[in-house]
Design a protein around this ligand. Sequence first.
Ligand code: T4K
Length: 370
Amino acid sequence: MSDQPIYVTRPHLPPLSEFIPYLESIWASGMLTNGGPMHRQLEQALADHLGVEHVALVTNGTVGLITALQALEISGEVITTPYSFVATAHALLWNGIRPVFSDIDPVSFNLDPARIEAAITPATSAIMPVHCYGTPCDVEAIQRIADRHGLKVIYDAAHAFGVRHRGQSILGHGDLSVLSFHATKTFHTFEGGAIVCPDAATKERIDRLKNFGIVDETTVVAPGINGKMSEINAAFGLLELQHVDGALARRRAIDRLYRQRLAGVPGIVCPEVPPDSEGNCSYFPILVDERRSADRDAIYHRLREQQIYARRYFYPLISDFPMYRDLPSASPEQLPEASRLARRVLCLPIYPGLTDAEVTRIADLIADTR
Ligand code: T4K
């Protein structure tokens, strides 16, 4: 047995020597933040890489969500998923918006469009779905509902870097999409994120909002925040972008190997990305049958005994946390699919540095835990 712990993810880090020239360039320019050359280059490089028009970098995905909601002047109630990381709903609370939780589809793990309309009230101003694990939401159905009711759609696309749906970037759907470039993500800048905007005017509004609402030395037009990505983070992003395809290829190989090794293990299901979509293998969730004698938590603990830190993303549901659970929409009876999934899911380690031998060992341990 290896004595090295295995985490659910490890950040990809290129050789340090490759980063030195970027640092030298920052030192030479003296521009450390506030939209310097690295920042501008990364926005353009990401737009090209992702196949989208306009990208506004931000300090992290959470500030991106908060800023996106501000930019669209969302208020009142927003329909969202309970099956996500807490930042999704926290971004609503930070804007004084009431989250309304709606149940998920048991196959995609994303907001179930068939349930959204029942959650709409006169106070609803937007829908905020999540492309959970990088699996695309039913974007067409969600847009039809939004159009019918005059609602905005802001996608929490924290997991969806590079994800494509019917041949196009998933990030072009809705009014805005927000990416996270946190260290744990498939593409990262240590901390960071971006808002994908449909047009130059929206990007300009967001660029102001993330810089205190400043237009020029004497003009401030909005109560903006400090949401700017620094030059160091942007420079790292430029370097990381050169490695991202290689990292993705390795993730795909790990995904395939897990599926081979876990195929036929009783009570274990490996969900698949739909055939009309191209995922990014950012997570490897398995679903453990609740009737199996070694249930999800038994596997989770067995792996931990071996220093393998798989994670129960997303258990507990957001709606179970103290700041949400008293909301009428948070009751578990109204969220049966999300509640069931939260009891069954386990995200296995997946990251470019994970070896085939480690993947095999993890899969064999799961198969042997009965
Ligand atoms: N929306 C969604 C749907 C999200 O999933 C997230 C973030 C956001 C919005 C907000 O985006 P950001 O504001 O974060 O940009 C992690 C991440 O911190 C969080 O970014 C991510 N979602 C969430 C799903 O996972 P934790 O609390 O599980 O992280 P932590 O510190 O336990 O890290 C997990 C493992 O990764 C560790 O056991 C070891 C490894 N690790 C972690 C870090 C930070 C490393 O090896 N190196 C590292 O630097 O939340």
